[in-house]
Ligand binder design. Sequence first.
Ligand code: 26W
Length: 846
Amino acid sequence: MLNDVLTPPAQRDALRDDSASEIPAAAAWTAPLLWQTGDSVVDLRESIRAKLTFALGRTPESARPRDWFAATALALRERIVAACMASEKAVPNKRVYYLSLEFLIGRLMSDAMNNLGLTETTRAALRELGVDLDAVQDAEPDAALGNGGLGRLAACFMDSMASIGIPAVGYGIRYDHGLFRQSFEDGWQREAPETWLAEGNPWEFVRPDASYTIGFGGTVTMSSPNEGVIRRHWQPAETVRAVAHDIPVVGWRGRHVNRLRLWKAEAGEPVDLARFNGGDHVGAVAARSRAEAISRVLYPSDSSAEGQELRLRQEYFFTSASLQDLIARHVNERGDVRSLPDHAAIQLNDTHPAIAVPELMRILMEDHDLSWEDAWHVTTNTLNYTNHTLMPEALETWPVELMERLLPRHMQIIYLINWMHLEEQAKHGRQDPAHQDAAYLASISLIDEAHGRRVRMGHLAFHGARRVNGVSALHTDLMRSTVFAHLHALDPDKIVNKTNGITFRRWLHNANPGLTRLAVETVGSGVLDDPALLRGLEAHAEDPAFVARYAAVRRQRKEALARLVAERTGTDIDPEALFDVQVKRIHEYKRQLLNVVETVALYQAIKAEPHRDWTPRVKIFAGKAAPSYVQAKLIIKLACDVARAVNDDPEVAGRLKVVFLPNYSVSLAETIIPGADLSEQISTAGMEASGTGNMKFALNGALTVGTLDGANIEIRDHVGADNIFIFGLDAAGVQAREAEPGYAARAIQASPRLAAALDMIASGRFSPGEPGRFRPLTDDLRRRDQYLLTADFDDYWRVQRSIDAAWRDPRGWWAKAIRNTARMAWFSSDRSMREYAEEIWRVRLS
Ligand code: 26W
């Protein structure tokens, strides 16, 4: 059925035929997609035209790009549905349920087209309608239902599961407003609501029949004993409806389709009729707004647990709806809920769905009459938990008082789980005095008594899960040795390492068609299915003809990035310069400030010796700060103020430029990453659980400057120590340094360069109207420096100058870049998903 249209160059001209309704062969050659299905241009063209007319009620003359996008998406969706029906015909032996409060999907059209092999057919169909595919693609809003790494990982995993044939459903929330839109007002971050649904979502199917009741508050009653068993029943005070909205996720070559099921919150009753008739019109609709608030907006913080009641309501809402849905499916297919672990594997993406532990227990006991022991067996053999951070401020805990008020039955179940868990240890403790110690029991308890009484969601998820995984090798080791050390000792096989990955279909094939084409021409089209074939590029790392083509691809991507920068910031940047890029959420531990301080030091050094042969650099930043994260917003402001001063200074012109691109997003990343020469992955060692941007850059051939943190370590192991720039303390070094009070002051004293850069920032040189503006940053570095910027600064400077030198040897640079691309195959999320499937889910690929 599938027709590979890779055409050898010699035959291209012979095949060139621009007659209507044929895909021009040359277009197939230059297009991102290197294969296509047999679907005809005429069929698709007519299908798009019909959607525009009958589904959207538009004429071709009046249609805007947004309308053409909707019409095209609807036409493609129809083709996905056909594949979907085929996928769903047979009941799979086991399904994976991926529960995530975030799915940072971005645009779906290029994924859908490429995976269906319809990119060129679509391009030709639209061309015949007088429409340009690129403009249509640009009209698709990003689905930004996530904050950063955790949400993007979930999106990559959905693509990989569909591509390698893991039957799966992703469960999340259909937020009306995804991550806020960022703009800059004089360098200060401003947030505005994002409205991706303003004109509807052509990819989704509303499923009013798949809707569930979610309770909150109320009381717990006891039934009178029946055969000696007393049953407890929860009577919620308030109920909300969860309504399913499905987005089909089509895998590579259209072989398999999974679904992303997002829940929208609706009021149980649209208006409270009794109140309405009683004259209380406002009160009557208040309950409705309260219910609908649950799926209104994504929480924009990825770095601190803000502890708001609405957040807990979101977490319980989507977890309960998802569990009810998957149990209904299971019972419908298999009859008996006890066999759930044989046919379902549930993955909790961080602790946000950790309430699944007591909720599954409650459903099994209350609705299915299972005993505590049987329910616990089913629960602990179905649930698994991925941890994404060990930073104390990001570990979720909920006040017991809040849980008791909002989820009284769940709190009782948590108490009972905890009592049994501690009792078990106390039993061991009677033989082993080390396990009797109150401090030991406090450390493994699901309730933290030291900071008011709070439920530790990480401990709850850990205890209720069959497998718990870290997201890089280092992160997994740190889970075993720090936060979960005692729980780990009780069950040493529970924690496993599953290093993150990225989907190459989006981050190489779609984002960098030029590089993909070069790879296909060099090692064959099999590389589209099996990234291990990228290895074959290595043999060409020093072949001048290949290098020239690789460099030409980069040049083209750099020009595209330069155009984007000019358009969005008004600053011209020179594609000849080294593009040095740090794009990610703004957080102190990610140390954008280290990069900015080094920029200031470089600025000073260039001004001190303007006639030296400096390597021209453009520092490119992008990323959002949580709206409440004052220090992070000040770091953005500093970067913008430094950018202005540097870019306005003729003395450094042609040597140094600094830009901060507003409103970082998945789509922006797709343009930025292929245009980068240098990838900044400079977090304090031990703090970045994995990183996934690091993988996207290295795959596209940017060299990494990084610390021995997260997956950087594994990237170094794969690309080779000669092809990456490592600096700074490792995790053990960080731990040792943290134990030395006053280290920052000493480090600054020992580094005149660092001291001078900090002095310049503190002096008001970048904030003339407000000299004290950046004192909160410089004072903090001098006093506390929690993220050890001062400890790593000199080594960072050193490695950056060695990068300058490496850039001046293009042959050496390109060889390193090519080796990066050639050796990154292991970081495909297909590999991650195969490992999860085998070692956590025990599910067969279909
Ligand atoms: C409760 C507030 C909150 C919300 C989200 C705290 C922490 C989070 C996430 C765990 C933050 C996150 O996105 N973590 C990132 O997960 C990626 C995927 O595993 C990793 O690559 C990143 O290193 C990690 O920071």
